[in-house]
Ligand binder design. Sequence first.
Ligand code: LLP
Length: 454
Amino acid sequence: MNAAIAPALSPAVAGTPDPDIATLLAVRPHLRMHAQDGLLLEGVPLAAIADALGTPTWVYGAGTLRARYRALAAALAGAKLPAHIHFAVKANDRLAVLRLLAGEGAGADVVSGGELRRALAAGIPPERIVFSGVGKTAAELRLALDHDIAQINLESAEELDMLAAIAAGMGRAARVALRVNPDVDAGTHAKISTGRAADKFGIPYADAAALYARAATLPGIEPVGLAVHIGSQIRALAPFRDAYRRIAGLVRDLRTAGQSVRVVDCGGGLGIPYRDEPGADPAGLAGVLRAELGALDVALVLEPGRWLVGPAGVLLASVVLVKRAGTGRFIVLDAAMNDLIRPAMYDAWHGIVPLDAVAALAPARPAEVVGPVCESSDIFARDRALPELAPGARVAILDAGAYGAVMSSTYNARPLAAEALVDGERWTTIRPRQEVAAMWRDETIPPWFATPRP
Ligand code: LLP
């Protein structure tokens, strides 16, 4: 294979401080532009996958996932923290991804019976699974107890009573952590902020100590610790510090009152740079954990999702057509908000890079990059500096490994996209494109409805 080349810097576009393609690739070592083969993820030209599977298609990098897991684990070990990484399955629940992370030693943080069963199906042992979520059903709690998973994180007094009754009825003692709402603003998008008093998550800080004491008296319950999760895509350390300091205070209060506290579940939330945002990294987070919780002699559980898988995935799409409108242009892709909803839902910024090296080198000018869905919010990028792209040209939408495929729908009767996994020089399909007829295969038309006459 020929040497990789770096694409030239695109000319700056007035009013758009967005990083250009060269800058995006420079800070993503798993991606590089090759003169002939175009954009590579690890050792595989993404065009080869698009040729074989069509588009839209998700592609994940196994080597990238391993490297990120190891970097996080190393940061925690470097800070001498007794921490266990429990991958937040909601970020990417594909069996291949879960199996890979399990192989690295990861446990799982699940939020539904479905995720619990997925984690088990991927080979994550029950003793490495914690169950979070504000509304676990009786059936889900029973499933968790049946498998004797490591820990159930409770979010309310009502849920504690429900679990106590179920566990006692099964003759079981459920290991529980109380998820506390520390009333800390994570400074992230309102739709992914979870630690303010008005958010639906967690037990009010002021109520937590009394509830812990009550939990310790219930026959089906063994309280083991506290949990906290203040939000997602957090790029500053201060909110983590504030939250963990409050939790540490509560641990001390509980111990003073004679309670046993063995575990603090620190949640997830560590952000990634989608554009060129500066901010927190694993070493910084480990430093905060060490400073705030390191002296407590508790086992730490971490529930990272986005940081592990976000940068390791891309969404490949093809240009359907380029619609000229006045002096502007709309680049219409065959991927849409039903595939990747993050821009529509959170105004998220994702890098967009042509797969072809020549296209990536060409002069850029602003474009709107949109999908074909009949919603004005079906926009991947506004005013984005991109080269001329002809119909059929292919692009990669970057950092789509977390909250991408898992949030897809079949809106507009668009089948779920194919998914592939690259591992160094190898790649394989991990989920085929959904067949169109599969979208209605399980539906029923009431038998008494007349068949339309031709
Ligand atoms: N633990 C709990 C209890 C959570 O609710 C979450 C995420 C995590 C861990 C993992 O957080 P992470 O490390 O991935 O930030 N769909 C949104 C993100 C929703 C996050 C929900 N909870 C997005 O695309 O930005």
